[in-house]
Design a protein around this ligand. Sequence first.
Ligand SMILES: Cc1cc2nc3c(=O)[nH]c(=O)nc-3n(C[C@H](O)[C@H](O)[C@H](O)COP(=O)(O)OP(=O)(O)OC[C@H]3O[C@@H](n4cnc5c(N)ncnc54)[C@H](O)[C@@H]3O)c2cc1C
Length: 391
Amino acid sequence: MEFGYGDDDDDLEGDFETWKDNVFWPTLKEMYMKDAEVPILNDDVDQLPECAYEVEYLDKTAKPEMQPEQINNASKYYFSSYDCPVSVVRELRTKEDSGSTVHVEIDISKAKGLEYSTADNLGVLPVNSSDVIESVADSLGYDLDATFAIRAAPDKEWQGSPFPNPTTVRECLSRYCDLTGSPRRSDLKQLAAYAKDPIDKKALLRMASKEGKAEYKEKIVDAVFGLVDILRMCPSIEAPLEHFLMFCPRLVPRYYTISSSSSVHPKSVHLTVSVTEATKKDGSILKGVCSSHLADVKPKETVRVFNRESTFRLPQDTSRPILMVGPGTGVAPMRALLQERAFQRKKEKKQVGKSILYFGCKKRSMDYIYEDEMKSFQKDGTLSQLHLAFS
Ligand SMILES: Cc1cc2nc3c(=O)[nH]c(=O)nc-3n(C[C@H](O)[C@H](O)[C@H](O)COP(=O)(O)OP(=O)(O)OC[C@H]3O[C@@H](n4cnc5c(N)ncnc54)[C@H](O)[C@@H]3O)c2cc1C
């Protein structure tokens, strides 16, 4: 079968569909269905799609009681992450810079089983902002304080719980539903089935169609329109909670390269987070869900995290030189490596090779993050050479 290529920076789903329609199905048809009759699929969007879930509203005192075999493997991080208090959130850029990069320190001393090695990644479970969840609940008429349990609909196979439940609608929309990421064209087609107004339905189906690819790119992808915006734009959409939970994508963890050394800071994890913020085409402000969550968290409040091992490691032979290139927040793992090299030299009394760092940013007086630390690494001999480039 002919290989297909997709461009993730453009329209990966569209590229896949083109390959599927022009290569995949014709090839399968040619191979296996030459003389067979092709079944006509029911594409009637007026009918509500079948729902895999059933929701039962419960008393507010119901508590989550999940058995491991009841957990859906695809979202196991919802069940196995740790709530850890944040001890420090500090802006790293100067006031001269309109952007923001924050240094975050997370206390993992009480999280039994959460350990890390220098240059691992930390998975952070994002939380949607309250205005986003209130807007979705308002659009769909959900009671944010209602407690519910989710299970398989009759005759449907249970794939395990997609998130800890019973839970409240508020918790579910905050932590488990991707409300701000751009929905795929296939998601728009599903959504159209719930639109009562023919104009809303038509607009969604048009953007979901092959012919509407350019309109979808302009109005959804380039405009950074998420489900929350589409529900505002198409007020006739009515979806029972179990249907919404079926078509709404799950909110996935974001990864951050840990910027502290596990030898120097075994009980805390440092992150260097560039806060995603941009003005959308409609003039509203786009805020990255996870980076904003980390930037807005107050000391002592908790964030939900887990460790992911990385293959990025210092050479076992400490006497070997290392060359590091880390512009902007790319300096995060280099900071961790430098802390580790200093530890090897000073505490472990090892012979440590040269450490050379190339760092770049916009302007020394704006976003030269960790300038003081780099200077002191130079001063104590940990950093042999520091090459700077300001654009
Ligand atoms: C292994 C790994 C390590 C990483 N380490 C770090 C790290 O150390 N520090 C760090 O800061 N990040 C790091 N990242 C990136 C990080 O995981 C997140 O992707 C980043 O913080 C954005 O997440 P968010 O939830 O804030 O934004 P989201 O809510 O996911 O929004 C991002 C989306 O917003 C849109 N967008 C963003 N900017 C613009 C713009 N200017 N105009 C229009 N649309 C825009 C894009 O569609 C983009 O997909 C790492 C990623 C990986 C995979």
